[in-house]
Design a protein around this ligand. Sequence first.
Ligand SMILES: C[S@@+](CC[C@H](N)C(=O)[O-])C[C@H]1O[C@@H](n2cnc3c(N)ncnc32)[C@H](O)[C@@H]1O
Length: 284
Amino acid sequence: MSEQRDRHQDASDALGEAKVSRDRIGSEASERASRLWWDADADDYHRTHGQFLGVDSDQGEFIWCPEGLHEGDMRLLGEVAGQRILEIGCGSAPCSRWLANQGAQAVGLDISMQMLRYGVDAMERAGRQVPLVQAGAESLPFADESFDSACSAFGGVPFVADSARVMREVARVLKPGGRWVFSVNHPMRWCFADDPGPMGMVASIPYFDRSPYVELNEEGEAIYVEHHRTIGDRVREIVAAGLVLEDIVEPDWPEWLDREGGQWSPMRGRVFPGTAIFSARKPG
Ligand SMILES: C[S@@+](CC[C@H](N)C(=O)[O-])C[C@H]1O[C@@H](n2cnc3c(N)ncnc32)[C@H](O)[C@@H]1O
C-alpha cells in the first residue's frame, strides 16, 4: 500500500489532502488516478530512488526490486541481445536503457508523461535513444506477436484494476516462446501497514480482502490506487492468459543493503518477502 505521504510532498501539494477508501474502482478511474499520481510524484520518486535505480547512469541499470536484484546477475530474461523487448510501467526507463546497451531493441511504455520525461532527459544526456510510449498497460498499442519478451519492474501491474487483462495483452503481443517476467509487491505484504519499523511487522489487514487501496481528494476523485491479488490470483491470471508459469522468485533481503524507507527496511526484509518476481513463457 501507499508509502507514507510525507515522502510524497510534491504529490500531496499538487493533489490535495487525501482520504483513504477501500471501494471498488474500475480500469478507467484507476488509470486516471495513476496518471495523476505518477505525474505529480515524479520529482519525489526520482529524488528518493533515482540513484538506487541508476536513472542517471549513461547505460541505465536494470534493478528488479528494492532488494537490489540486477538483471545482469539474474538473467531472468535470458539472452537479450538482438531481442525485441517491451517494458511495461517503465517510468524513466533505466531498465529499457540497460537492455538497449546489452544489444536489445527495447521499447518502454508508461502511463505517466512526467515519469517518461525523466527518461527522455537521461537519454538526451547519454546520447542513446530508446522508443518510449505513453499508454496504459491494459491496452497495449502494439501488433500481435511483435515482441520476443516483455518485462516490468514494479510498473503497471500493481496499479491496474484488471491485471488479468494485462496478462492477456502481454500474451497477445508476445511471439511464441517469448518470456514475460514482472516484479510486484509480494502479495503477503498487503497484510501489513507500510511502516519500515515494528508497526510494519504486525499483520492487520486480511490477505483475502481484494478491495483496492484508494486515496481520494477533497472532490472524491481517486488520486492513487493499488489493487491487491493473492499469489493464487496471480498464478490463475497468468495461466488463464495461456502462459506457462516457470518460477516465482522471492528475493532475500541482502546483507549489504541497509536502505530504509516507505515499507522497505532490513528489519522487515529479513523476516518476510517484499517482492515476488513472476516468470512466465508463451508456449511454442
Ligand atoms: C513504482 S514505479 C516503477 C517505475 C520503473 N519500473 C522503475 O523501476 O523505476 C511504477 C510505474 O508504473 C506506472 N504505471 C502505473 N499505472 C500504470 C498503467 N496502468 N499502465 C502503465 N504504467 C503504469 C507509473 O506511471 C510508474 O512509472
